[in-house]
Design a protein around this ligand. Structure first.
Ligand SMILES: [Zn+2]
Length: 99
């Protein structure tokens, strides 16, 4: 007998961001007639400086449990790949996967 495993939820929050110095927060550095997503922030307009992740079961994760970059991409370092986790990412203005 094992306890039913409630599905874990990880909520990612950006706790510190700064305006992208390359595009001055506009998210693009092309001309008005030919918008070009800024390469540094990939169209977000800001850079992520700090992230916190809240685990629905264990609370805030220690900083050593994850890594992130200034684009806001977060990498979990010590999670079991078989574990079913729902990840809630912060809404961002622009989806970097869009062309
Ligand atoms: Zn930028």
């Amino acid at each position: 007998m094992s306890y039913p495993n409630p599905k874990k939820t990880l909520t990612i929050r950006y706790t510190s961001t700064k305006e992208c110095p390359n595009c001055e927060g506009r998210g693009d550095n092309g001309a008005a007639w030919r918008p070009l997503a800024c390469k540094r922030c990939r169209g977000r307009g800001d850079l992520v400086l700090d992230v916190e992740i809240e685990d629905s079961v264990e609370g805030l994760l220690p900083r050593s449990a994850y890594d992130f970059n200034t684009l806001g991409e977060v990498y979990l370092l010590d999670f079991d790949e078989d574990e079913e986790i729902e990840i809630i990412r912060p809404a961002s203005g622009v989806d970097p996967r869009e062309p």
